[in-house]
Design a binder for this molecule. Structure first.
Ligand code: SF4
Ligand code: MSK
Length: 644
C-alpha cells in the first residue's frame, strides 16, 4: 500500500507517472509546500486594491487590514464566499437540468424523454401543479418552468423548504434565513462580503447560512429531483468500481465531472451497433465506458456503468495508458489533465461552454443535438484506439458494489411496495439495533492519504451499529474497500446493524448518489422525522454528518446546509476559520443554540467517528431511547420479528 493512498491500485501508478515524467497532484502539492499559513487559517484578504492584507494570528503584528477589517470579518467573508461558490456550482448544475427538462417537455431535445412519471407526479404535488386531465408533457413543462423560476425568485420562500419538518422551518424563520431565491442568496453573499459592507461576523455568517440552505433545499434538490424524472429515479444496481474496470482490448472512454446530461447520451451511443462495428474496424473488441467523480455516480446508479475511480484517480486513469478519451463536463476537473495526457495518447474533451481547459478538444454539448455531439465524441475515441503507446498498464483492482439507494428505494425496501415507509428504520433505531445514522460524504484531498480516512471512519461507525449513508467520492472510496456490499455487514458491522442489514438485504453503507444528491439525505432525514417516534425536528434525530477528506467549496456549502438543518457535522484535513476564534466559536458552539446543529473539526477519522457516536448517543438519551439500546438481545424470537 502506498503512503499516498489506501487503494492498492494507486501506488504502482504513482510510480509509473514518475517514470513517465507525468507530473501529478502529489508532485504539485510538494512544489506548493509549505503553503501559506494565513490562507490556511482563513485570515488573508485580497478583495480590494488596498490589500492584500493578512492578520497576525498571534496578535503581535497587524490585527486588522488597511480598511480596519478584523480577523473575524475576514474569516467570515472568506467562509461565506466558499459557501456561495459551492452553492453556485450545485445550483448552476440544477439550473442546467431545469433548462434541459423544459426543452425535453417541449419536444426540443431529441433523445430525452420523461422516464419517471411517478416521480413527476410527486414533484408536481410538491410544487402545487395541477395534474388532473393533463398530459405528462404539460405537467412536465410546468414543473420545469417552476423549477427554473426558483433561481430568480426575489421574495417569499423556496418551494422545497416545505419538505423540511415544520419545526425546522420555524427555526429558519426565527433566524431570518429562510431562502427566498437561489441566485438572490448567492448574490447577497457576494454583496455583503464586498469591501466595506457587512462587517459583523455573525451577520455575514447568517447570509452564508441562508445561501447554503438555498443550495441544499433549493438548487441541489432541484438538480436531483428533475434528473430523477428525466433519467429515472435510481433503484439498486450491482456495479463495479476501481481502475481495474478499464479494458485492455476495448476503447476506453472515461466520463468525468458532475452533470449527467450529455453522458447519458454517450451511454446510448456507445451501445449503438454502428459504433461497435466501427470500433472493430480499428482493432478494438468493444467500447467500454467508465466514470470518475460524480458523473460516475450518476451513471452507475441509473445505467450500471462502472466507476473507474474518485477525484484523486483522474490523472492516474490517464497514466494507465488505456484511456482513449476523457470526456469532462463541469466541476472537480484538474487543469493538469491535458498536460498529463501529453505523455500518453488520451484525448481530453471538454463539453460545457462553462468549462474549457487549454490543451483540451472542445465538443460542445447542445440539447438540440445531444446524440450528434455524443456520436462525434465516441467516434474520436475509437479513432484514437490505434494510437496507444505500447501495452497499457491497467491495475487488477476492482470491486463489486451495490448503489442506487434513492429516498424512494429506501422507503420501498424498508416498508414494501404497498406500505412503503421509514417505520422499520425508525423502529430499529428506537429498539437500538441501529444506534443512529451518519452521512459520510465529500472529496479526496492529497494532503491526507487517499481514501484511508473515509474507510477508517466508516468502519468505526458501522462497527458501532451506525448505518452510513454516502455520496460523492466518499461513496467511491468505501465501495473500493468492499463496504458497499451486503456481505460487509457480517464482516464489519456491529451485531445490531448486521442483523437489520441481513434481514432487509442491504449493505451497512448505503450509496445515495452524487454531490447534488446530498439533498436525498435531507429528504431521508425529513422522512424519519415525519415517520414519528424520533422527535419533531431533524436536530432531534440520532444522526451526524462528516467529510473526512474534503477539499471543495461545495463540501463547505453541503456541510453548512446540514448544520443549518440541525445536524452535527465534522470535517477533517483542515479547517478554514481557525484564524478567528470568534467565528470558530460561532460555528462550533453558538450554532448549537440557534440552529441546534454545529460544526466540528477533527483530522483523525476514528476520533471524529467517536465524536459522531457520542453525539448520536446524546440524542438517543434526549429521546429517552438510550435504555432500549442497552436491553437489546438477539434471541431467536427477535430475529424472526426482524425478518418479518
Ligand atoms: Fe485589506 Fe480591507 Fe481590502 Fe481586505 S477589504 S484587502 S482587509 S483593505
Ligand atoms: S466529485 S466535490 S471531489 S465529492 Fe462530486 Fe468528489 Fe468532492 Fe468533487
Amino acid at each position: 500500500m502506498s503512503e499516498k493512498s489506501a487503494d492498492n491500485s494507486m501506488g504502482p501508478l504513482i510510480d509509473k507517472a514518475k517514470a513517465d515524467k507525468a507530473e501529478i497532484c502529489w508532485d504539485r502539492l510538494d512544489e506548493q509546500s509549505p503553503q501559506c499559513g494565513f490562507g490556511k487559517l482563513g485570515i488573508c484578504c485580497r478583495i480590494c486594491a488596498m490589500g492584500p492584507c493578512r492578520i497576525d494570528p498571534f496578535g503581535e503584528e497587524a490585527d486588522c487590514g488597511v480598511c480596519g477589517a478584523t480577523a473575524d470579518t475576514i474569516a467570515a467573508r472568506n467562509f461565506a464566499r466558499m459557501i456561495a461558490g459551492g452553492a453556485a456550482a450545485h445550483s448552476d448544475h440544477g439550473r442546467a437540468v431545469a433548462e434541459l427538462f423544459i426543452a425535453a417537455a417541449q419536444g426540443k431535445a431529441p433523445g430525452y424523454e420523461i422516464k419517471d412519471e411517478q416521480k413527476l407526479l410527486q414533484v408536481a404535488m410538491d410544487f402545487g401543479i395541477p395534474v388532473e386531465n393533463r398530459t405528462i408533457r404539460d405537467i412536465a413543462l410546468d414543473i420545469g418552468k417552476t423549477a427554473l423560476s426558483q433561481f430568480g425568485q426575489q421574495e417569499g420562500e423556496l418551494l422545497f423548504v416545505k419538505k423540511a419538518p415544520l419545526k425546522r422551518q420555524a427555526v429558519w424563520k426565527e433566524n431570518g434565513v429562510t431562502p427566498r431565491g437561489i441566485d438572490r442568496e448567492i448574490v447577497e453573499v457576494m454583496h455583503r462580503t464586498h469591501m466595506g459592507v457587512d462587517q459583523d461576523h455573525r451577520n455575514v455568517l447568517l447570509q452564508g447560512t441562508r445561501c447554503a440552505l438555498a443550495d441544499g433545499w433549493g438548487g441541489s434538490m432541484i438538480g436531483t429531483e428533475l434528473q430523477d424524472i428525466l433519467f429515472g429515479a435510481p433503484v439498486p444496481v450491482i456495479g463495479k468500481v476501481n481502475l481495474g474496470v478499464l479494458k485492455e482490448d476495448e476503447v476506453n472512454i472515461i466520463i468525468h465531472g458532475h452533470e449527467p446530461l450529455l453522458s447519458e447520451m454517450i451511454v446510448n451511443v456507445a451501445q449503438d451497433k454502428e459504433m461497435l462495428e466501427y470500433a472493430k474496424t480499428k482493432g478494438a473488441k468493444g467500447i467500454n465506458l467508465a466514470g470518475i467523480c460524480c458523473t460516475a455516480n450518476e451513471l452507475l446508479m441509473r445505467r450500471g456503468i462502472p466507476i473507474a475511480g474518485n477525484f484523486l484517480q483522474q490523472e492516474l486513469a490517464i497514466v494507465t495508458g488505456a484511456v482513449e478519451a476523457m470526456v469532462v463536463d463541469v466541476q472537480c476537473l484538474m487543469q493538469s489533465l491535458p498536460i498529463v495526457a501529453q505523455c500518453y495518447h488520451t484525448q481530453i474533451i471538454t463539453t460545457s461552454p462553462k468549462a474549457k481547459i487549454p490543451g483540451a478538444i472542445h465538443i460542445e454539448f447542445s440539447e438540440r443535438d445531444a446524440p450528434g455531439s455524443a456520436k462525434e465524441i465516441v467516434r474520436r475515441a475509437i479513432d484514437n484506439f490505434p494510437r496507444r503507446k505500447g501495452k497499457p498498464n491497467i491495475p487488477k483492482e476492482q470491486m463489486d458494489l451495490i448503489a442506487g439507494f434513492s429516498h424512494e428505494t429506501i422507503n420501498y425496501l424498508l416498508g414494501g411496495k404497498f406500505r412503503g415507509s421509514y417505520r422499520p428504520l425508525n423502529e430499529n433505531i428506537i429498539n437500538g439495533r441501529i444506534r443512529g445514522v451518519a452521512g459520510v460524504v465529500g472529496c479526496n484531498n492529497p494532503k491526507v492519504p487517499h481514501d484511508e480516512l473515509h474507510v477508517a471512519m466508516v468502519k468505526e461507525l458501522i462497527k458501532n451499529d451506525v448505518l452510513v449513508l454516502q455520496t460523492g467520492c466518499a461513496a467511491i472510496a468505501c465501495a473500493k474497500a468492499g463496504l458497499l456490499l451486503p456481505e460487509a455487514a457480517k464482516q464489519y458491522a456491529g451485531s445490531g446493524l448486521a442483523e437489520v442489514c441481513e434481514a432487509v438485504g442491504i449493505p451497512p453503507v448505503i450509496h445515495m448518489g452524487s454531490c447534488v444528491d446530498n439533498s436525498r439525505i435531507l429528504i431521508a432525514a425529513a422522512a424519519m422525522v415525519k415517520e414519528g417516534g424520533l422527535g419533531d425536528d431533524i436536530s432531534d434525530l440520532p444522526v451526524a454528518g462528516a467529510a473526512p477528506e474534503w477539499m471543495s467549496e461545495k463540501a463547505i456549502s453541503i456541510g453548512h446546509y446540514f448544520v443549518a438543518s440541525g445536524v452535527f457535522t465534522v470535517f477533517g484535513v483542515t479547517w478554514p476559520t481557525l484564524g478567528s476564534q470568534a467565528l470558530t466559536k460561532t460555528l462550533f458552539e453558538e450554532y448549537e443554540q440557534t440552529f441546534r446543529g454545529k460544526w466540528a473539526f477533527e483530522p483523525d477519522p476514528v476520533k471524529a467517528a467517536k465524536m459522531m457516536i457520542e453525539h448520536i448517543d446524546k440524542k438517543r438519551k434526549a429521546l429517552g431511547i438510550d435504555k432500549a439500546r442497552e436491553r437489546v438481545l438477539f434471541d431467536m424470537q427477535k430475529r424472526r420479528e426482524l425478518g418479518s
